[in-house]
Design a protein around this ligand. Structure first.
Ligand SMILES: O=c1nc[nH]c2c1ncn2[C@H]1C[C@H](O)[C@@H](COP(=O)(O)OP(=O)(O)OP(=O)(O)O)O1
Ligand SMILES: [Mg+2]
Length: 413
């Protein structure tokens, strides 16, 4: 009986370690370590195109093609006609089993993308080989791969069906082939158990609650001022906030709606559909009574482009000569919370705060129209308030207060 390079039994697989959600900015990412073979995979859906795209570093074009073919039957063909599933694989260290573990790591990442894998039964890949003395080994190290006379990578499902397989090296006769298949399917059973133990411990409780990552809320905004306010509020609830500034590759969302709600839904729905995560969006603005409610939904574009100083200058100009008591205004925020693929079921809440437009700007906190928005109860402009103070009184804070008691139940529903 041959001695393995790391003294394992011939039918023994190496320990598996998985770091789920390995990349901060990619929810569906894993660092997959089999022994010291390390592979990182990230996966995401994008709307720009359709189909399945697998890219990899450290893998040959043939291996990428094999992975593509092995993965394709596992993903909804219909979803792939509408969106593109992108899988990026990076081999960080190869000590054998690279192709099998690239497949496994990809399945791991896809498990983190809701509604992506068709089958609940997680398939798994394993490498097996025949040595010079005809011994068959499972999960070969690189040193073993180098001296193996034949090698095979096989995908098996939990129902013990063989999916894709590759064979290389010297031809094997049928009894050896059967032995290889048996070895591989035992290896798959072991690997699946390792995989599931890790997944169940680290990920499942969170996903079972219907919340892909309760630790983080994605907010579909590119406005850092809004982001700071959301962060401060959600931090109290133990939640981290990610915004579109964390996902620079996402497309621009056109705010073509005619209401705050329509625009908030547009932003939340489209980003949720791409990230396959629950997403919160805010559409907000300033309504000035003397201007018949303008700029309203056009607040960001009041002076043409999205420019706070330009908007404030235009507002002051349009209110030239309007006396203090007629400069009343309302700040409004509508929040839409979207679940992936359920665009008509958004949770929508709103908040308002009444105030007055000042004649000259005051304060330099906050963003947007804050220096011109005077809050009578506090005798201060919004920009004179600290972040914490603004989060007590603002339209956004009030909308969040309306969201707070309901969103967890809604999300879990
Ligand atoms: O608390 C606020 N303090 C001052 N100004 C504010 C506030 N809340 C909204 N506003 C103004 C800024 C912007 O001119 C418009 C919102 O436009 P809106 O499209 O919702 O936001 P945005 O384009 O800045 O960021 P994004 O769409 O990426 O969330 O109203
Ligand atoms: Mg906007």
């Amino acid at each position: 009986m041959m001695v393995r390079t790391d003294n394992r039994a011939v039918n023994d697989v190496r320990p598996l370690q998985v770091q789920w959600r390995y990349l901060t900015q990619q929810p569906a990412s894993v660092l997959w370590q089999r022994g010291i073979t390390k592979i990182m995979v990230a996966a995401y859906w994008q709307t720009k195109a359709a189909g399945l795209v697998v890219t990899g570093t450290g893998l040959t074009a043939g291996q990428i093609d094999w992975l593509q073919a092995a993965l394709l039957p596992l993903v909804s063909a219909e979803a792939l006609t509408q969106q593109q599933l992108v899988v990026t694989i990076t081999t960080l260290e190869n000590d054998g089993g690279q192709l099998a573990e690239a497949f496994n790591a990809t399945i791991g990442a896809l498990q983190l993308l809701p509604d992506t894998l068709l089958d609940q039964q997680v398939p798994c890949a394993v490498s097996v080989g025949v040595m010079a003395d005809q011994t068959t080994l499972v999960d070969l190290t690189l040193a073993e791969e180098e001296i193996a006379i034949s090698q095979m990578t096989m995908v098996a499902t939990a129902q013990e069906q063989v999916g894709a397989l590759t064979l290389s090296g010297q031809p094997v006769d049928s009894s050896l082939f059967n032995e290889l298949i048996l070895r591989a399917s035992q290896g798959c059973t072991r690997t699946t158990a390792q995989f599931q133990a890790s997944f169940q411990q680290a990920v499942q409780p969170v996903m079972a609650a219907g919340i892909p990552d309760v630790g983080t809320i994605v907010i579909a905004t590119k406005n850092p001022g809004k982001a700071r306010e959301f962060e401060a509020v959600f931090a109290k609830a133990g939640l981290k906030v990610k915004t579109l500034l964390d996902y620079p590759e996402l497309p621009e969302i056109d705010e073509t709606g005619q209401t705050f709600e329509a625009n908030a839904r547009l932003k939340a729905d489209q980003i949720a559909a791409i990230l396959k995560l629950p997403v919160l969006a805010d559409d907000s603005g300033l309504m000035v009574d003397a201007l018949d409610g303008r700029p309203g939904i056009y607040s960001a574009r009041f002076a043409g482009d999205h420019n706070d100083a330009g908007n404030n200058a235009k507002l002051l100009f349009e209110l030239t000569g309007v006396p203090t008591e007629k400069r009343t205004a309302t700040f409004h925020s509508t929040l839409a919370f979207a679940k992936p693929d359920r665009p008509n079921e958004d949770l929508v809440v709103e908040g308002n705060v009444a105030g007055r437009i000042l004649g000259i700007p005051r304060g330099d906190n906050g963003f947007g129209y804050d220096p011109l928005f005077y809050v009578p109860e506090l005798d201060a402009s919004m920009a004179e308030l600290s972040l914490a103070q603004k989060n007590q009184v603002s339209h956004r804070a009030r909308a969040i207060a309306n969201l707070e008691p309901v969103w967890r139940d809604w999300l879990a529903d």
